[in-house]
Ligand binder design. Structure first.
Ligand code: CYC
Length: 162
């Protein structure tokens, strides 16, 4: 589990270098975006149940066969498993957003996930879509609360979907 600062230091330490211009620039941009990252994480924390529920609703409207007989999210057990997964993605994305680093996603979420999904027949494309819907909703909320440049919100969500 790394953050933007420790991962940068780790890289420079490996080759025994002092922090150079590039390092300072990237640290600057991380610290300058700090309060905004916290602001967006706060928006996520305060709205997580609605975000998950509404993103799920939109996903099932876009891909209704998921919740029809034979669909992977059919039955209440699998429907809830799907929303629970969306909640995992959202919570870990909020950590990565604060850290300015995606390693927490690799370590805690993505490791072995493809194999698990494949063995349970969980379709990847709609999962990716669900994550994108949450990202779009959060960016809209952030913009509405005064965050002008919401582009940094993409990083953890795009990392998950990649
Ligand atoms: C199942 N999702 C699972 C399972 C795991 C995860 C391990 C199998 C075990 C279980 O059912 O609980 C995912 N577990 C995680 C993740 C973490 C973890 C990410 C890291 C914190 O510990 N089905 C759909 C939708 C999609 C979906 C597209 C929601 C977006 O059609 C999700 N995941 C889904 C479903 C199941 C599942 C329906 C149950 C599948 C089954 O048991 O048949």
């Amino acid at each position: 589990l790394l953050d933007a600062v420790t991962s940068l230091i780790k890289n420079y330490d490996v080759s025994g270098r002092y922090l150079d211009r590039d390092a300072i620039d990237s640290l600057k941009s991380y610290f300058q975006s700090g309060t905004t990252r916290i602001q967006v994480a706060n928006i996520i924390n305060a709205n997580s149940p609605e975000l998950v529920l509404n993103a799920g609703k939109q996903l099932f409207e876009e891909v209704p066969e998921l919740i029809r007989a034979g669909g992977n999210a059919y039955t209440t057990r699998r429907y809830s498993a799907c929303l629970r997964d969306m909640d995992y993605y959202l919570r870990y994305a909020s950590y990565a957003l604060i850290a300015g680093d995606t390693s927490v996603l690799d370590e805690r979420v993505l490791q072995g996930l493809r194999e698990t999904y494949n063995s349970l027949g969980v379709p990847i494309a709609p999962t990716v879509r669900g994550i994108q819907i949450m990202k779009e909703m959060i960016k809209e909320m952030a913009f509405a609360s005064g965050v002008e440049d919401t582009s940094f919100v993409d990083e953890p969500f795009d990392h998950l979907t990649r």
